[in-house]
Design a protein around this ligand. Structure first.
Ligand code: ATP
Length: 279
């Protein structure tokens, strides 16, 4: 059995308030790429988590039991009283600590896959409770459709997304890992105002990613990535995703997206790129 783990982007991300529990109140628009990592269950596979893919090496030094895929599988098995499959595979195509929800998307994919295997509806409140416990972005990644997220990012509402589905999307990462904690810690606690409701693209265009200047302070090359994307013909929106360092651009045509990818691959062959579409 196989389940894709769709890359997550934040079309906009407003930070409004720091909470007593250390989390931040945010307002965001989640969107998802058609591509990302992949989770599999193979009855004949080696026991434990098998890592493959371009970024498997980035997780090689970490305990496989602590990987969000295994934690998610164990927690869901315990919550639903089911035996967890012995052999789980993770194809790690997305850069790690990159603001595109790699770990959260993987945890969400294992949740969807196990619900399918065990014939449990994804709407089961026990499933939602596990997703929330695994991380603030995990409930959105379980849905993996364009959503408005408030609170920790897990107070979710659907938004009209027909116009976004299929839109050409380019993800670019300068191959510099950036942990989420230090980026939020650099926030100056100034509330720069709410994210608009309604059409998600219009709201995103009128909005911002409040983490972008903070991440650029820690990792200045992010400014080069956004700048290069924003200058390409046919760009509708170029911005950093999540806490970075991955940046994205939405394009008005597949040809414009391809031309931008070719240009950036020529200019910065050392950067990671994924040419895809919004789901
Ligand atoms: P977000 O966009 O949700 O902030 P991110 O892309 O910044 O996520 P992740 O790629 O999820 O961050 O990685 C954060 C850390 O989580 C990694 O440095 C790694 O130690 C740990 N981790 C555990 N499981 C995974 C996984 N399956 N994929 C990536 N990282 C994982």
């Amino acid at each position: 059995m196989f389940e894709p783990a769709f890359a997550k982007i934040n079309l906009a991300l407003h930070v409004r308030r720091r909470r007593e529990d250390g989390y931040h109140e945010i307002e965001t628009i989640f969107a998802f790429a058609r591509d990302g990592d992949a989770i599999s269950i193979d009855d004949d596979g080696a026991p434990g988590l098998t890592l493959t893919g371009d970024f498997a090496g980035a997780l090689a030094g970490e305990s496989r039991d602590d990987n969000l895929v295994m934690r998610g599988a164990r927690m869901l098995g315990a919550a639903l009283d089911r035996p967890v499959p012995a052999a789980i595979g993770l194809t790690k195509n997305l850069p790690v600590a990159a603001g595109i929800g790699g770990g959260s998307a993987d945890a969400a994919a294992v949740i969807r896959l196990l619900c399918r295997l065990w014939d449990v509806p994804i709407e089961d409140p026990r499933v939602d409770a596990v997703a929330r416990q695994l991380g603030a972005d995990v409930p959105a990644c379980v849905v993996s459709r364009t959503l408005r997220g408030d609170g920790r990012g897990d107070d979710l509402r659907p938004v009209p997304s027909a116009a976004l589905s299929g839109m050409p999307l380019l993800l670019v990462n300068p191959r510099v890992p950036l942990a989420t904690g230090p980026v939020f810690a650099a926030w100056d606690r100034i509330d720069r105002g709410p994210l608009a409701d309604g059409d998600p693209l219009a709201a995103a265009l009128a909005g911002r990613n409040d983490l972008e200047p903070l991440a650029r302070g820690l990792c200045p090359v992010i400014g080069d990535v956004v700048g290069l994307l924003a200058d390409r013909p046919g760009v509708l929106l170029a911005r950093m995703s999540g806490s970075g360092a991955t940046c994205f651009a939405l394009f008005d045509s597949a040809a414009a997206c391809e031309a931008a990818a070719n240009h950036i691959a020529g200019a910065r062959p050392d950067w990671w790129m994924m040419r895809t579409e919004l789901r």
